[in-house]
Design a binder for this molecule. Structure first.
Ligand SMILES: [Mn+2]
Length: 459
C-alpha cells in the first residue's frame, strides 16, 4: 500500500473528472473454489486498489459528488473472524490508513443511494458484484452489464494509464521477480525435464518473492498455441520451449516477459533464422516507441520486418505495402504487438480494451491480425507496455489459408509447410514510455540473443 496522501489525491482527481452523481467502486469478495470455505486466494479489484488501496475482501467505496462526501462500506470483524483469521486492523483503522473518515456497514448501502441520481459504476466482471449492483439498482443483469458509466470508465482509464513514479518502482519490482523466473526456466531448459516441473518451479519463485504469477504461466514446446497452459510435455532436443510468464508483486503490479529457448541451447539453422527475425522486430519496435507515435504504427512496422525477413527466407513474396494491407504477416503473427501493463497484466481489460487501447483518433482495425492489437493509441510519457512480436507456424491456419487461397499470391505454401512442426517463437519485453523515448521497466534485460541465451542454458 502507498502513503494515504496518494489515495486522497487520486480520489480528488477522480472527483474532478466526473461531473455529478455518485461513484460506487466495488471491491471483490472471496470466491469459493470448490466449497464456500475453500476459496481462491483473494485478489482485490484493481481499480479499487488504485483508489482505495485496501486489500481485504467485502469492501465498497462510495463517493457522493453532489454532497462532497465519501464512505467506506464494510463490516467490522466478528469474534468468529478473529478466531479463525486473526486480529486484523479494525475497519476504522483501515479507513483512516487510506484517508477515509466515514465508515458505514454494508447493509446501509442502499440508504446512501438515491435512485433518482446517477450511480456511476465500472463494468463488473464477477457475478457477485453483478448481483450486488442488480439488487441495489433494481435492474436485470444484462442492464447492469450495459449500464456501466462511460464517463467514469474514461476517467479511470486516463488516470491509471499514466504510471506515477511510485507505481514504476512497483512495476520494476515485479519485473525483477519475472526476470528471476525466466533465468531459472532457461537453466532448466534441458532434454528430459518436464514442462510442468519448470512451470511449477518458476511459479514458486513468483509466490516466494511476490504475491503470485500475474497470469497462468504459458510454457510449452508447442509455442504455436499462443496461450498454451498445457504443461504435459517432456523437453526433447531439437524442440523450442516458449515461456511467457510474469509475477504479480506484493503490491499487485505485474510483469510479463516471454523468451523462447532451444532445448539444451542447441539451435537449428531454421530456429536461428526465425529467432533473429523476431529479435529484430522486437528491437526495432523498442527503438521506435516514443511519445507521439501510435502503437498501431509500431505494430505495423513489426509486421513489415517480419514480412520482409520471411521474404528473404523464401516463405513469402510480393510488394511489402500490398502484403501489409492484405494482412499477410498475420499468418505468422496472428496477435497484437503488445498491451498496457500495470495492476493487471492486461491493464484494465475489465473496463474494455477499446477504452484502454483506442480513442476517437485511433480506432481498432478489423483485419485479421491487426484486429488483435489490444493497444493502438498514440504513446504518452508514463505509458507502460509490453512489446511482444512472434512468429508461429499454426498448422491448421496454414492449411486453411492454402485451401481457401487466402493471400495465395503472397505465400509460398510449399516452403511454409517445411515449418509445420516448428512451433513458435515469441520474445517479450516490458517498457515504459519516457519523454525521450522509452526504457525497460526493469533495467536488466533478460538474455535475448541466441548467444546470451546459450550462455545461460549451457553452463
Ligand atoms: Mn503479454
Amino acid at each position: 500500500m502507498f502513503d494515504k496522501e496518494i489515495y486522497i489525491r487520486r480520489r480528488a482527481e477522480l472527483k474532478k473528472s466526473v461531473k455529478s452523481g455518485r461513484i460506487l467502486l466495488l471491491g471483490n469478495g472471496e470466491a469459493p473454489m470448490n466449497y464456500r470455505g475453500n476459496t481462491y486466494s483473494f485478489r482485490q479489484d484493481s481499480s479499487f486498489l488504485y483508489y482505495v488501496g485496501l486489500d481485504t475482501p467485502g469492501l465498497m467505496y462510495l463517493l457522493d459528488i453532489d454532497n462532497d462526501r465519501e464512505y467506506l462500506l464494510g463490516d467490522e470483524l466478528t469474534l468468529d473472524d478473529i478466531i479463525w483469521m486473526g486480529n486484523l486492523p479494525s475497519l476504522k483503522e483501515r479507513a483512516v490508513a487510506v484517508g477515509i473518515e466515514t465508515i458505514v456497514p454494508t447493509s446501509k448501502l442502499s440508504s446512501l443511494i438515491d435512485l433518482n441520481r446517477i450511480v456511476h459504476y465500472l463494468r463488473p466482471y464477477r457475478y457477485r458484484n453483478q448481483l450486488i449492483l442488480s439488487e441495489l439498482l433494481s435492474k436485470k443483469n444484462d442492464e447492469i452489464l450495459n449500464g456501466y458509466s462511460v464517463e467514469l470508465t474514461k476517467a479511470v482509464v486516463a488516470m491509471r494509464l499514466i504510471k506515477s513514479k511510485e507505481e514504476l518502482m512497483e512495476l520494476e519490482n515485479a519485473g525483477k521477480i519475472g526476470y528471476a523466473m525466466h533465468i531459472v526456466a532457461m537453466k532448466m531448459c534441458q532434454p528430459g525435464v518436464s514442462e510442468q516441473e519448470i512451470a511449477g518451479t518458476i511459479e514458486g519463485l513468483a509466490i516466494a518473492d511476490g504475491n503470485r504469477v500475474s497470469f497462468p504461466t504459458i510454457l510449452s514446446m508447442n509455442g504455436q498455441t499462443l496461450h498454451n497452459h498445457d504443461h504435459s510435455g517432456i523437453l526433447s532436443l531439437g524442440r523450442l520451449m516458449l515461456c511467457d510468464a510474469g509475477a504479480e508483486n506484493n503490491n499487485h503490479y505485474a510483469s510479463d516477459f516471454t523468451r523462447t529457448t532451444a532445448v539444451g541451447g542447441k539451435y537449428s539453422e531454421k530456429q536461428k533464422n526465425i529467432h533473429n527475425i523476431v529479435l529484430e522486430a522486437l528491437n526495432a519496435s523498442i527503438a521506435m516507441a516514443k511519445p507521439g507515435i501510435t502503437y498501431k504504427s509500431v505494430h505495423r512496422n513489426a509486421y513489415k520486418i517480419i514480412f520482409e525477413s520471411l521474404r528473404d527466407l523464401g516463405l513469402v513474396k510480393g510488394d511489402t505495402e500490398e502484403a501489409l494491407n492484405a494482412g499477410v504477416p498475420a499468418l505468422f503473427m496472428p496477435h497484437g504487438l503488445g498491451h498496457a501493463l500495470g495492476l493487471d497484466v492486461h491493464d484494465m481489460e475489465d473496463l474494455g480494451e477499446t477504452y484502454v487501447g483506442y480513442d476517437d483518433e485511433i480506432q481498432r482495425d478489423t483485419l485479421f491480425g491487426y484486429s488483435s492489437l489490444r493497444f493502438g493509441k498514440r504513446l504518452q510519457s508514463g505509458h507502460v507496455l509490453t512489446v511482444e512480436p512472434g512468429i508461429y507456424f499454426v498448422p491448421q491456419l496454414i492449411e486453411k489459408w492454402e485451401k481457401e487461397k487466402i493471400n495465395a499470391d503472397f505465400i509460398h505454401f510449399k516452403e511454409v509447410k517445411k515449418y509445420l512442426n516448428f512451433g513458435g517463437i515469441r520474445l517479450e519485453d516490458d517498457i515504459v514510455i519516457t519523454d525521450a523515448g522509452c526504457r525497460p521497466v526493469y533495467e536488466e534485460r533478460l538474455p535475448v540473443t541466441i548467444e546470451e541465451i546459450q550462455k545461460i542454458i549451457i553452463y
